[in-house]
Design a protein. Structure first.
Ligand code: FAD
Ligand code: SF4
Ligand code: SF4
Length: 402
């Protein structure tokens, strides 16, 4: 993208020179001139008091952002069931729509999904737009992208949220490229600047070392994919009412270039940390990879899923799919049991919203105890076997207590 100064408009005030982080503007005969150091970051465009600086590509794609209204959520479903992240996004979308004093619309695609449309209203959507077709029963990039892009062009939403699932990560960038708008991937926080209706999209950047807040000032919709498990799920309210509109997608078989012949589920047990009600996590305090056997035993007794700290993943004790934290999964279970985990800030970032946190650590000053609801100061190799044994005899114990 080329950034240019319209020489006739420039008054030589020099404000742009002070703003350019790349020292890419020279003053020649009292007029600003952009040099080849320019990275097209756009900073100077926003500060020029005479609107003398333009980005050529941007000029071509100028849209009237006032025409775009409403918050949309892509309600992802699989095999006729709404994903948890869809319900989380309805909760977050509701807050954003209320702040902007606008409506929340859920976009639902599939086959025989009318019941899900009703559920989305009960969860908090004002409107549900649902499209049914044989061609939408199984997700395809081409099919879903075309149908959603057609809807966006016709109805013009100002914000669109998509879960950062495998499907969402495929779909989001396709839509944004086709619509010529920006997309912030894998957001962990969303806020609104009410004054100019901008969505402030925050996500970890540079390997999680800093949090970047990204805006999309000149294009619409403002699009984000949002990490599953980060936002709170919307509450189900049986009494809620809303508008449900069925539309006929303009989709033909030839629009879908890749054909899905068969869906084969991975044989390996899926690690559904984000969906788990109970998580038992192991940390470096286990001392060696064998320690995870104890974690697995306890998890099995509780019907829980096994989590892990990054230290254990980096050490090769367990697969990365189990990692909880800033660069792993964000979880919000009813019960989180941290065994031999110190409670580094990057680990807490992924689990501190858990309803009840139990920590087992031999160091009474370990930071994990600051956020734990229940703490056991002790060696995991003593506490865990006792806990497992106690669960074996839970019926007996409960009887003796009652
Ligand atoms: P340690 O910090 O070594 O803690 C081990 C704990 O076990 C100690 O508190 C010790 O007292 C206790 N202990 C030792 N022996 C026993 C025993 N026998 N019984 C009971 N307790 C015992 N970390 C994550 O977890 N997830 C992330 O997503 C993540 N992302 C990161 C991103 C960045 C950019 C950076 C810089 C770091 C990230 N980390 C992440 C790493 C994080 O900073 C910590 O290093 C890591 O969480 C430590 O793991 P730990 O608690 O298992 O190990
Ligand atoms: Fe010229 Fe605008 Fe730069 Fe001022 S801020 S020197 S008017 S281009
Ligand atoms: Fe400097 Fe960015 Fe302006 Fe280019 S677009 S001249 S890099 S401020």
């Amino acid at each position: 993208m080329a950034v240019k100064v319209i020489q006739e408009k420039c008054i030589g005030c020099g404000i742009c020179i002070d703003t350019c982080p790349f020292d890419a503007i020279d003053m020649v005969d009292e007029k600003a001139v952009i040099t080849d150091k320019c990275t097209a970051c756009g900073n100077c465009i926003d500060v020029c008091p005479k609107e003398a600086i333009i980005m050529e590509e941007r000029e071509k794609n100028i849209i009237n952002i006032d025409e775009y209204k409403g918050v949309w959520v892509f309600a992802e479903q699989r095999e006729g069931k709404l994903l948890n992240v869809s319900i989380e996004l309805i909760g977050e979308g509701r807050k954003i729509a209320d702040e902007l004093d606008t409506e929340l619309t859920a976009i639902l695609l599939g086959k025989d999904v009318e019941d899900l449309a009703k559920q989305l209203i009960k969860y908090g959507a004002d409107n549900v737009l649902y499209g049914e077709s044989e061609l939408l029963q199984i997700y395809t990039t081409d099919g879903y992208t075309k149908v959603i892009c057609d809807l966006i062009k016709e109805r013009k939403p100002e914000i669109m949220l998509i879960g950062a699932t495998n499907i969402g990560r495929d779909l989001g960038p396709r839509i944004s490229a086709r619509i010529h708008t920006g997309l912030t991937a894998d957001c962990t926080r969303l806020e609104v600047d009410k004054e100019n209706r901008r969505l402030l999209q925050t996500r970890p950047a540079f390997g999680g070392n800093l949090m970047a807040t990204i805006i999309c000032p000149n294009h619409r919709p403002q699009m984000s994919t949002v990490r599953p498990g980060v936002m709170e799920k919307a509450k189900y309210d049986e009494s809620r009412l809303g508008n449900i509109e069925k539309f006929v997608p303009n989709l033909r078989e030839e629009d879908i270039k890749a054909k899905v012949l068969e869906v084969v589920k991975e044989a390996k047990a899926q690690i559904k940390l984000e969906e788990a009600n109970i998580i038992v996590s192991g940390g470096r305090g286990l001392g060696n990879p064998e320690g995870f056997k104890l974690i697995e035993q306890l998890a099995e007794k509780l019907g829980a899923v096994v989590g892990a700290s990054r230290a254990t993943v980096d050490a090769g004790w367990i697969d990365q799919s189990h990692q909880v934290g800033q660069t792993g999964k964000t979880v919000r279970p009813t019960l989180y049991i941290a065994c031999g985990i110190s409670g580094a800030i990057q680990h807490l970032a992924g689990m501190q919203e858990s309803e009840v946190i139990v920590a087992i650590n031999k160091d009474k000053n370990a930071p994990i105890f600051k956020i734990a609801d229940y703490g056991v100061v002790g060696d995991v190799y003593e506490v865990l076997p006792e806990l497992i044994e106690a669960l074996d005899n839970i019926d007996e114990i409960l009887e003796s207590v009652n």
